[in-house]
Design a binder for this molecule. Structure first.
Ligand code: UDP
Length: 405
């Protein structure tokens, strides 16, 4: 679904000064042709941000396009291994056939996508090799990395680094994700963001929330906790289920919701989904929902006492900002961008093990006033740091830095 957005729509959500500042920045790159390329139109955080940033930048006078590379199942299995290896799985080996598949798919896409633009932003490893087909000319190529490269599998990283160093610049979601041996190109840091006007984040009335969750059998009168996350091994649904089972011993009517979906480029999704179903089989009050539905994400995040985000590894963790924006505190692990969003004891709790997760969870269920307080802090924290307007400002600054006359 393509959306129409104007910067003025955000007046009242963020300060008017901020809007004026963004317009001034955009004046410096008016007419600039920007092309974003990633590997999926829906599912996952990258598509989520592009869906808003692209129309917004267009509304400010830039000429922005968004293209998606295509590939077969084998290609996405290869790039999933890249993803896992780059985020720290040292056991994976990069085989010659994987390299061949990766390069071949990038070559096919290079032939299909028109890369005539002033700034080309390539998202994540899947299309990174497109840089090899860069035309001579003044285009600036930027690699936008949404994953954590602080402790990568060396074999995979050294292969990818060959491409990354051909770029003019790279953008990382967090200073600590930048690999130590990446030198010779400009590095920018820009945290991801959420759009408060999408179906996923817009305000909902009590009636709407209750109507939506009731359709899935969730009882609005009983306390609800849960995790919204793709079915993916890094998201650690298992731990959420474990903590929930312990909580159930103390809070009889506690409900659990695990809402996830698979991205088009994620073959591991189905396996994890089935595992979660097996682990929760026979438990009443547990809702495992496999569906891509923004209003449902919205309603669930608004009706939980708190949200779990127990990911072992995380890029940034947009779901955390999404929950906090809705005044719902988050109990999370110290992975990726979670600690940027969950300030321990202020917007939620950071936990080191599942015993801690259990204790914090029980406390928030027993003390609704505390959950409310943390949730209100969370909303303010997101408003200041993780809204789409801030992300747009960062992109404009980077465009100015690279191409403004
Ligand atoms: N998401 C969704 N439905 C789901 C699961 C996730 O719409 O069933 C969304 C979620 O709300 C968030 C994005 O997908 O906007 C996931 O981004 P995040 O950074 O949390 O994790 P990623 O999937 O990129 O690892």
């Amino acid at each position: 679904m393509d959306i129409t957005r104007r910067i003025e729509d955000y007046i009242g959500i963020v300060d008017r000064d901020e809007i004026e500042y963004i317009k001034e920045l955009a004046e410096n790159v008016k007419g600039a042709r920007v092309l974003h390329i990633n590997s999926t139109k829906k599912g996952g955080g990258v598509a989520e941000i592009l869906r808003s940033v692209v129309p917004l930048a267009n509304s400010l006078g830039l000429k922005v396009r968004w293209e998606v590379i295509s590939g077969d199942r084998e290609f996405f299995e290869v790039t999933k291994s890249f993803h896992n290896a780059l985020q720290g799985n040292k056991g994976l080996k990069l085989g010659g056939d994987m390299i061949r598949k990766y390069l071949e798919t990038n070559e096919i896409n290079a032939g299909k996508i028109d890369t005539d633009a002033d700034v080309i932003v390539i998202h994540d490893p899947q299309p990174a090799a497109l840089i090899s087909y860069k035309n001579k000319g003044s285009s600036k190529w930027v690699w936008r990395c949404h994953i954590d490269l602080s402790d990568p599998n060396e074999q995979f990283w050294s292969f990818l680094r060959g491409f990354v160093t051909m770029y003019d610049a790279a953008i990382f979601s967090h200073g600590v994700y930048v690999p130590r041996d990446l030198r010779g190109i400009k590095i920018y840091i820009s945290h991801p963001s959420i759009d408060p006007l999408t179906d996923k984040n817009k305000p909902l009335s009590q009636t709407e929330i209750e109507r939506i969750i009731s359709k899935y059998g969730i009882d609005p009168e009983k306390p609800l906790v849960g995790q919204v996350a793709r079915f993916d091994p890094w998201k650690d649904h298992q731990s959420v289920v474990r903590v929930y089972k312990a909580l159930r011993q103390k809070v009889e009517n506690l409900q659990l919701v695990l809402l996830g979906s698979f991205a088009d480029d994620d073959p591991e999704g189905e396996r994890i989904y089935k595992e979660v179903l097996r682990e929760t089989e026979g438990l009443s009050d547990v809702y495992v929902i496999n569906e891509h539905n923004d209003l449902l994400v919205n309603a669930i995040q608004r009706s939980m006492v708190f949200a779990f985000q127990l990911s072992i590894r995380e890029g940034f963790g947009l779901t955390v900002s999404e929950a906090l924006w809705k005044y719902t505190p988050v109990i999370g692990r110290r992975a990726g961008g979670i600690p940027l969003q969950v300030i321990d004891g202020v917007t939620g709790y950071l936990v080191n093990n599942m015993e801690e997760a259990y204790e914090r969870a029980l406390m928030l269920i027993k003390k609704p006033w505390l959950a409310r307080m943390l949730g209100a802090n969370g909303h303010q924290h997101v408003k200041r740091n993780f809204l789409i307007t801030r992300d747009l400002r960062d992109y404009l600054r980077i465009h100015i830095d690279l191409v403004a006359r």
